[in-house]
Design a protein around this ligand. Structure first.
Ligand SMILES: Nc1ncnc2c1ncn2[C@@H]1O[C@H](COP(=O)(O)OP(=O)(O)OP(=O)(O)O)[C@@H](O)[C@H]1O
Length: 633
């Protein structure tokens, strides 16, 4: 079912987690699996407002956030996460907002175009284009992006908006769907103090409209801390405080941890948890206090420094005996009661993709087209390189004649180089595909589009501008400069062969970029595969003389099929004679037979069938690999 376009901005949502445990397998291959408990029974209620999850590094903030957002693999998670007392809907990630720590927006698109992309895919077709545009304008205005709305985001090569504007664009991508819950993973990371405050202040304004804004944050400065409504403090996967942020200082004071004047509370909390504070504690039992910990201000206790886990346990114990824990437990119990009385999802639809397959393909393809148009290096370089290489080879083999052996040798050499170029020239696309992987994972995981829509759009937009046009340019220059058969039919068979060859190369690069997410590793794989295909092309090594147990590799050589097809197309019907007047001649057919190439019409098309099968197999495998890319963390 499509998402309701009128999700009210004031409709409040409460996210709650109940005795949440999260366990991961940290066993290494070949070793016995070991389990690590990351979250140890966390309970919390996150209502409309600013909900901060804080804690030292490795305390489990991101894990908790991801589980609350329904973005962790379910295996390993115990306990319940509920929204307004209901189970999270199946596609919760499609209707809630999630802003990653690293920005995932298309750098070549403007702020407005990125937001429009999100609106076009995530708001249903029942919302008119005009309304979508208005929604985008509203979000731009709310986030204070009016001044830079038509500025490109920027990339490694393009100077774009500032870091804060980029972060706000990421937030805007989520806000266009009007989510009642917005998750953010460390939204201030990488921003300077002022920009961080601006971003957080805007989130605070949004939270006043009834949204639950839940975010992990490391060590915010005081002005940011003041914006928090609820604070959830974690230490080694356990809650050490959950309650109103403004009460947190009093709470820590009540258990014996007094914050020095002028010390920043978030810094102080982390110091207490980490025990290397300016006000490092020494432990002593206080019989009159609820708490088992007493802090002696300003004195560093070696004992305390060496007993991290003991202190963490003590903080947990103190929290468990506090009124804050009691209050959250009572609230959580009420929510659970509501849930038990309303089993299943009540009032919440099972969200699905907001738009259909064709809309998704069109919108994603349109974005890819804009991206190519604006990335001059990406769109123009393949064309220029193909034309340049065709001219260079064209001069090297300029107007080949039919003398023997130069006529046969030069033609075979030209076919080999052309085929190799078609396969190797795809390597440039490797980095592009890998770079876009992150965007794909986030967008498909957030319900922007189906994997199939992305795949079709990618194939459409990649093959046409990046491969078809440069190949046409290459063949047109190369064929006529070298002076192959001056027949239209032969020219088109030549073009068709090299087109299939380059599609095979693209399929290989596409598959490896999906399976292997590291450019250098994927490059090594592709180079090795291409060299094997080159060796088994049958030109430099006679395939019939290769060891029998290695011979089968020739059936995987794209270059071999390509060279064979080009040779049959060219050599049949030609005669090559020695130029020394001896009248010793050899027919093209005899030359092909010498190379162990069968040359009937069917033999010619057999190579095309083989290349087509390789294209289909590689693209099918790429699609399956894309389907298997984990959309959860
Ligand atoms: N899939 C996993 N496999 C192994 N360890 C994991 C996995 N996921 C999380 N952890 C470990 O769990 C702990 C908590 O991780 P998490 O990323 O939630 O912490 P964090 O508080 O967000 O840390 P940071 O502030 O550094 O981002 C860390 O020690 C991390 O190494």
């Amino acid at each position: 079912m499509a998402q309701d376009s009128n999700i009210s901005l004031s409709q409040a949502s409460t996210i709650s987690c109940h005795n949440l445990q999260y366990m991961v397998n940290v066993g290494q291959r070949c070793k016995k699996a070991q389990e690590k408990l990351i979250l140890k029974g966390v309970t919390g209620v996150f209502e409309a407002g600013m909900n901060a999850i804080m804690g030292p590094t490795g305390s489990g903030k991101t894990s908790l956030l991801d589980i609350l957002a329904g973005r962790k693999e379910k295996s390993g998670v115990r306990g319940e996460v509920l929204i307004n007392g209901n189970d999270l809907p199946r596609n919760f990630k499609c209707c809630s907002g999630y802003v990653l720590q690293d920005d995932v927006v298309m750098g070549t698109l403007t702020v407005r175009e990125n937001l429009a992309f999100s609106a076009a895919l995530r708001l249903p077709s029942t919302v008119s284009l005009k309304e979508k545009k208005e929604r985008v304008d509203e979000v731009i205005h709310v986030l204070g992006l009016d001044d830079c709305k038509d500025t490109k985001i920027g990339s490694m090569f393009i100077r774009g908006v500032s870091g804060g504007e980029r972060k706000r664009t990421n937030i805007g991508m989520e806000l266009v769907i009007g989510p009642t819950v917005l998750f953010l993973d460390e939204p201030t990371t990488g921003l300077d103090a002022n920009t961080a405050y601006t971003v957080m202040n805007q989130l605070a304004i949004l939270s006043k409209q009834g949204r639950a804004i839940i975010f992990s944050i490391h060590q915010p400065r005081f002005t940011i801390f003041r914006l928090f409504d609820t604070l959830h403090l974690l230490s080694k996967g356990e809650t050490v405080y959950h309650g109103p942020a403004q009460d947190s200082m009093d709470y820590f004071s009540s258990i014996g941890f007094e914050c020095e004047a002028h010390n920043n509370p978030p810094d102080f909390f982390l110091d207490v948890i980490m025990k290397n504070a300016t006000a490092a504690p020494s432990i002593e039992q206080d019989p009159e206090s609820n708490s088992s910990i007493k802090l002696e201000e300003g004195r560093i206790s070696t004992e305390m420094n060496n007993t991290t886990s003991t202190a963490s346990t003590n903080l947990t114990q103190s929290y468990k005996t506090s009124r804050f824990h009691r209050e959250v437990e009572e609230k959580a119990a009420e929510i659970i009661k509501l849930h038990d009385n309303n089993p299943g999802i009540v009032g919440l639809p099972d969200y699905d993709y907001a738009t259909g397959f064709f809309t998704q393909v069109t919108v994603v393809a349109k974005r890819a087209a804009i991206n190519y148009k604006r990335s001059i290096q990406v769109s123009v370089v393949p064309f220029v390189m193909s034309s340049f290489f065709a001219i260079v080879l064209g001069f090297v083999y300029f107007q080949v004649d039919t003398s023997f052996p130069s006529g046969t040798q030069n033609r075979t050499g030209a076919f080999l180089f052309a085929s190799i170029f078609m396969v190797f020239s795809n390597m440039g696309a490797l980095e592009l595909f890998i770079a876009e992987r992150k965007i794909f994972i986030h967008e498909s995981g957030s319900g922007f589009y189906r994997t199939s829509s992305y795949f079709f759009a990618k194939v459409l937009c990649d093959l046409i501008p990046m491969r078809v046009i440069p190949t046409i340019a290459f063949v047109t220059i190369f064929y006529w400069m070298i002076g192959f058969r001056a027949e239209v039919g032969a020219f088109f068979i030549f073009l068709f062969t090299l087109m299939l060859t380059t599609f095979c190369g693209t399929g290989l690069v596409f598959l490896l970029s999906i399976r292997v997410g590291i450019v250098s590793v994927a490059t090594n794989f592709i180079t090795a595969i291409n060299i094997i295909m080159f060796v088994f092309a049958g030109v430099l090594v006679n395939t019939s003389s290769i060891l029998v147990w290695l011979e089968w590799l020739k059936y995987f050589s794209i270059i071999r099929y390509s060279v064979n097809a080009l040779s049959i197309n060219e050599f049949r019907g030609l005669t090559f004679c020695r130029g020394n007047g001896t009248d010793i001649c050899i027919t093209g057919e005899e030359y092909l037979a010498d190379l162990d190439i069968s040359f009937s019409n069917w033999d010619l098309w057999q190579n095309h069938v083989a290349l087509s099968c390789i294209v289909i197999i590689l693209f099918t495998l790429s699609y399956v690999a894309l389907l298997k890319v984990p959309k959860h963390k």
